[in-house]
Design a protein around this ligand. Structure first.
Ligand SMILES: Cc1cn([C@H]2C[C@H](O)[C@@H](COP(=O)(O)OP(=O)(O)O[C@H]3O[C@@H](C)C(=O)[C@@H](O)[C@H]3O)O2)c(=O)[nH]c1=O
Length: 186
């Protein structure tokens, strides 16, 4: 596996290193020790699949509030997405900066999204499927979100009129002091 840190510290692109033979290839996708060497927790407790029928489907930007913050490992198993993360960590020098990472099934690359980040994506082709692994269980009441089109974030999405859930249309816009609570994130 090749680990490349994104411009937002602690968030990594993790690319498999295939071992090829006439049948195809073999590649490791999770290795507790290799992850730990980069400061990453690989003790995943849940995994989930997100299927998206249409290109232009945008999910996010999501996170779980304290004490349920989660690390996520996100990969695409069919299709392609632009994956977007937002640094919400109160003490981070890159707080409120975003990073957009293309991910697709062909590359089999994964994005490691640490605690303290909001996460979302837009699908680039029909029938796109995403596989998540999470280090913290899903807790319905702990879910929260940022608006994909929040002017304070000014994320450069590749489309202007995405397919959205009602809840993703309704997240509040950021205001000064939002999420400054030191207990919310590491
Ligand atoms: C995320 C999640 C949802 N659900 C349920 C709640 C609801 O009935 C249904 C759909 O939930 P949502 O609308 O929140 O699904 P979705 O908008 O796809 O939420 C996901 O978005 C991306 C961007 C992420 O980063 C994920 O962590 C997750 O927040 O599935 C679970 O049972 N377990 C889970 O882990």
């Amino acid at each position: 596996m090749r680990f490349s840190e994104t411009p937002l510290a602690g968030a990594f692109l993790i690319e498999p290193e295939p071992i090829a033979d006439p049948r195809g290839f073999f590649a490791r996708t999770v290795d507790r020790e290799a992850f730990a060497a980069h400061g990453l927790d690989a003790d995943f407790v849940q995994a989930s699949v997100s299927f998206n029928a249409r290109a232009g489907t945008l999910r996010g930007l999501h996170f779980q509030r304290a004490p349920h913050a989660e690390d996520k490992l996100v990969r695409v198993t069919a299709g392609a997405i632009l994956d977007v993360i937002v640094d919400m960590r109160p003490r981070s020098p890159t707080r409120w900066r975003w990073h957009a990472q293309p991910l697709d099934a062909a590359s089999r690359a994964a994005l490691y999204v640490p605690k303290g980040f909001a996460h979302g994506f837009v699908t680039l082709v029909d029938e796109t499927e995403i596989l998540y692994q999470m280090t913290t269980p899903y807790v319905p009441g702990a879910g929260a979100g940022l608006r994909w089109d929040d002017p304070m974030l000014a994320i450069e999405w590749p489309i202007r009129t995405p397919i959205l859930s009602e809840s993703d249309e309704a997240w509040p816009l950021l205001v000064p002091g939002a999420f400054d609570d030191e207990d919310a994130f590491p």
